[in-house]
Design a binder for this molecule. Structure first.
Ligand SMILES: [Ca+2]
Ligand SMILES: [Ca+2]
Length: 88
């Protein structure tokens, strides 16, 4: 019975420690929300360069996959993962 309790305790602590580690996608969601200064759910060139100074107009355009002139979250995520956007 003690073994079961130990296993449960170990399981619980593993579960808790997994909660503490923020998945990269969630961390990027936080970055995105922080960068979205006007809260419209998309990042303008101005908002992007405020958090990623090295972003060029070319990189911005390359990441703007639907060509609407702003970066939605999925575009931002891809941009960061592909190295077009390097957060400061
Ligand atoms: Ca915005
Ligand atoms: Ca877009």
């Amino acid at each position: 019975m003690k073994t079961v309790a130990t296993a449960l305790c170990l399981g619980a602590s593993l579960f808790l420690s997994s909660l503490v580690v923020i998945p990269p996608a969630l961390a990027q969601q936080d970055e995105f929300n922080a960068a979205d200064a006007n809260g419209d759910g998309a990042l303008s060139m101005e908002e992007i360069t405020a958090v990623a100074k090295t972003t060029t107009a070319e990189n911005y355009a390359a990441v703007d996959l639907n060509g609407d002139g702003t970066l939605q979250y999925d575009e931002f995520e891809i941009g960061v993962e592909e190295g077009f956007i390097v957060l400061d």
